[in-house]
Design a protein around this ligand. Structure first.
Ligand code: PGA
Length: 273
């Protein structure tokens, strides 16, 4: 794996000509502490030895509880980025029982956070108002944001997938109009593909990514270089086809990120200069 400078664990710079490739493991509410440490150690060791991962940045999103322990396992492997799965809309500290602010996440070693994952939108009823507050709180604290969007099966079958997903971007045009490009990644995850074993066809995924890129560019021209990731049942055996799509810059990986080998095979698939 390419050795990166100590800046590799901060939101990355976007060159004028290249979009940054990312493969991010979303461990969700898995695994227990010792298994999380073992998995992080295994991924770090293998990634470090893997000469075929030169251009794709690798990131891990363990539970908030395990950020520090996983970060300690990555210690010597500065080329793996630590991501939080969620962030509070308030902070930096205060009387917010159960919440973890962006400042505290940074303090624990995270440099990016997911915002708007469909499991937060659905199970925690997070609407665009709450999510916008989280988006702002993360940026103010200096965390990069992996903004997650996606349509339900009913919305896709109704033919409104592109409208629904682009609206999830446009709802935050005010934030995006002034964001530092290196603080943004967008992940398109069709809700019906998450954890189901179904993936969008490369054609459908490419069409959505192209639409997203256009919406971002319409908000601000330089956002055309935003890294756009696909998520939803990405596995080592479908990653190569997705990686060939011109507007897909990487993957947000749930289930397959819980196995070091399958996760790194996905990173290899996206390792395109
Ligand atoms: P999955 O999850 O890869 O298990 O479908 C992806 C995600 O929810 O980020």
């Amino acid at each position: 794996m390419a050795t990166q400078s100590s800046q590799a664990s901060t939101p990355t710079s976007i060159s004028a000509t290249h979009r940054v490739r990312w493969v991010i493991g979303n461990w969700k509410m898995n695994p227990t502490l010792q298994a999380a440490k073992n998995l992080a150690h295994s991924i770090a060791e293998k990634a470090n030895q893997d000469q075929s991962i030169q251009h794709c940045r690798v990131a891990l999103a363990p539970t908030t509880l395990h950020l520090i322990s996983v970060g300690a396992q990555l210690g010597a492997h500065q080329n793996i980025t630590l991501v939080a799965q969620d962030v509070a809309s308030t902070g930096p500290t205060g009387a917010y029982t159960g919440d973890i602010s962006a400042d505290l996440l940074k303090d624990a070693g995270a440099t990016w956070t997911l915002v708007g994952h469909s499991e937060r939108r659905t199970l925690h009823h997070e609407d665009e108002i709450i999510l916008g507050a989280k988006f702002k709180a993360a940026l103010i604290a200096g965390l990069g944001v992996i903004w997650c969007v996606g349509e339900t099966l009913a919305e896709r079958e109704a033919g409104s997938a592109i409208d629904v997903v682009t609206a999830q971007i446009q709802a935050h045009a005010d934030i995006l109009a002034s964001i530092a490009p290196e603080q943004l990644i967008v992940a398109y995850e069709p809700v019906w593909a998450i954890g189901t074993g179904k993936t969008a066809s490369p054609e459908d995924a490419q069409q959505m990514h192209a639409a997203l890129r256009q919406v971002l560019a319409n908000i601000r021209a330089d956002l055309i270089l935003t890294s756009l990731l696909y998520g939803g049942s990405v596995k080592s055996d479908n990653a190569r086809l997705l990686a060939q799509c011109p507007d897909i810059d990487g993957a947000l990986v749930g289930g397959a990120s819980l196995d070091a080998d399958s996760f790194l095979q996905i990173a290899q698939a996206f390792d395109v200069a």
